[in-house]
Design a protein around this ligand. Structure first.
Ligand SMILES: Nc1nc2c(ncn2[C@@H]2O[C@H](COP(=O)(O)OP(=O)(O)OP(=O)(O)O)[C@@H](O)[C@H]2O)c(=O)[nH]1
Ligand SMILES: [Mg+2]
Length: 511
């Protein structure tokens, strides 16, 4: 058969390829051009196992397996890929072979064997493939007994400068961690995102191969993908395709505990998924399944488009109802003349920790992004029977997904009534300025940028003295450590002075 294809290849000046199953039967034949061969979508892409087919094709020049041969090997999970050189008289010449290797952390997932003369090829393919399969199954066994976090390869595509790109990747890794995902590899490409595949196609292939090699089951894009990008990429690979918005939605759904929070998250998820519901695609079920099929309402989400719109409308009504109920409660407080202070700031800045230590309470505070979703109010008592209501709320993040912004509208509205905002910043954070800007931007959108605002420079214990001094000047800031009450006196004095001796309208504040 080798001789038949080398002869024919020479004659028509095109590469010829055969896909052969383990019983030696030809399951497909493909004709390429003089230098390459394109495999149509006839092979199901596998993920862990080998696909059970060898890909054997001719090369018209004397050359080894090229990049395309090797990416096909990795993406289609062939048993092995073989190139037979067709000599000038049409006979089978040197043979090049490569096969996959079980995941290791090295650079390439394949092994290229030494070129052999056609007649020196070993004959017992079955024992070779049996041994390889054994190695693969041993490996997947050891992986299963290891951690059970989801693994992901991250792709960042933007024309941002390198440090900004790196900050963004670091943040995505933190987000992933908060969603229970381990990032095993990251890829950055500096370019304008491609309208179809986001990255270049070559980079995407590379990412997929990397993911398979490192046992990752998903690719996370560090940006919000359009539905059509999502579809193109998902049709290109069997890996789960996730974007930044989905990761954030997933964290919200893991952290939603109150009824209101759960409704808001479900609303955001439905809004996010709505554009996909009209798409017919084999990738569809994976796209709409969420990251791990976790969180509230996963089954409820499997509804068709019309029912989705109905449900969105209903959720909106319920969220609004809960919002107005809280508004009533706030109204009562207001009439009693109790001033309120709202804590805002980037996620993980230490807002909840500050609230806890200011008020001796125990709301959730942890080193995870979006630990807090819904407002929590507590009292601080000052001398002379004075008291303040202090409210902690959901953290901000740059490019907060629009679906969440909409779903959390009533939560943000709570901030409107505050007499003072405490903008908590993590002074030890290297990209503090960017995060400050992101918070400011959101405050402007919420028309809160005119409110009297204190800039709390938290985590002073992790910040060196000169930097802290600079920041204090720059922001007219109040440095403290939210973990230690004895660092709060500046903040408390300022609050007391402002709340009971000033008229807190913005104009008066200026003076
Ligand atoms: N070293 C140090 N760590 C702090 C300080 N304040 C908070 N932390 C830690 O920072 C992490 C985040 O604190 P949280 O209070 O949950 O932050 P948050 O702003 O409420 O975060 P989200 O609700 O997720 O938006 C926790 O691990 C805290 O222990 C501080 O002053 N110094
Ligand atoms: Mg919090």
């Amino acid at each position: 058969m080798a001789r038949a294809i080398t002869e024919l290849s020479r004659e028509i000046k095109r590469q010829i390829g055969l896909l052969i199953d383990r019983r030696g039967r030809v399951s497909a034949a493909v004709v390429g051009d003089a230098r390459s061969i394109f495999l149509p979508d006839i092979v199901r892409r596998g993920r862990n196992r080998l696909c059970g087919l060898r890909f054997i094709h001719t090369h018209l020049k004397q050359e080894p397996l090229d990049d395309d041969d090797l990416t096909d090997l990795a993406l289609l999970r062939f048993d092995c890929v073989v190139a037979i050189e067709a000599t000038s008289d049409g006979l089978p010449g040197t043979v090049h072979r490569a096969h996959l290797m079980p995941a290791n952390d090295g650079d390439e997932p394949w092994t290229i064997l030494k070129p052999t003369k056609f007649h020196d090829l070993p004959e017992d393919f079955m024992s070779f493939i049996g041994a390889l399969e054994d190695e693969f199954s041993r490996q997947s066994f050891s992986r299963e007994s290891g951690d059970n976090m989801d693994r992901a390869v991250v792709i960042h595509v933007s024309s941002k400068p390198q440090t900004a790109a790196q900050d963004s990747i670091e943040e995505l890794k933190e987000l992933a961690r908060s969603a229970g995902i381990t990032v095993v590899h990251e890829i950055a490409q500096r370019r304008k995102p491609d309208p179809k595949f986001v990255t270049g196609k070559g980079k995407l292939k590379f990412a997929i191969i990397k993911a398979m090699q490192l046992g990752a089951e998903m690719i996370i894009f560090d940006l919000a993908l359009s539905p059509s990008q999502m579809k193109s990429v998902a049709e290109f690979t069997d890996l789960k395709v996730v974007d930044r918005t989905q990761v954030i939605l997933d964290i919200f759904s893991l952290h939603a505990v109150t009824r209101e929070g759960k409704l808001q998250v479900e609303l955001a998820q439905l809004r996010y998924r709505q554009p996909f519901l009209g798409m017919k695609s084999s990738a569809f079920s994976r796209l709409t399944g969420g990251i791990g099929g976790r969180g509230p309402g996963e089954t409820k989400l499997e509804v068709d488009r019309r029912r989705a719109s109905d449900r969105i409308a209903r959720l909106e009504r319920e969220v609004n109802k809960l919002g107005s109920r809280r508004e009533l409660r706030r109204g009562v407080r207001k009439r009693k003349g109790v001033p309120t202070v709202a804590v805002v700031g980037y996620t993980n800045a230490g807002k909840s920790t500050l609230l806890n230590h200011l008020t001796n309470s125990h709301v959730t505070a942890e080193n995870a992004l979006f630990a807090t979703l819904n407002p929590v109010s507590r009292r601080i008592r000052f001398p002379q029977e004075r008291e303040v209501i202090i409210t902690d709320t959901v953290g901000f993040i740059r490019d907060l997904p629009k679906e969440l912004k909409a779903a959390f509208r009533t939560t943000f509205e709570e901030l409107q009534d505050a007499d003072i905002l405490l903008h908590v910043m993590d002074s030890s954070c290297p990209d503090l300025e960017d995060k400050y800007e992101a918070v400011q931007k959101l405050l402007r959108e919420l028309e809160l940028d005119e409110k009297p605002t204190y800039h709390v420079l938290n985590k002073q214990d992790k910040c060196d003295r000169d930097t802290l001094h600079g920041l204090t000047e720059r922001f007219d800031g109040i440095p403290l450590c939210a973990l230690h009450r004895d660092t709060f006196s500046d903040l408390l004095n300022r609050m007391e002075a402002d709340l009971w001796s000033h008229d807190l309208t913005p104009a008066a504040w200026e003076e």
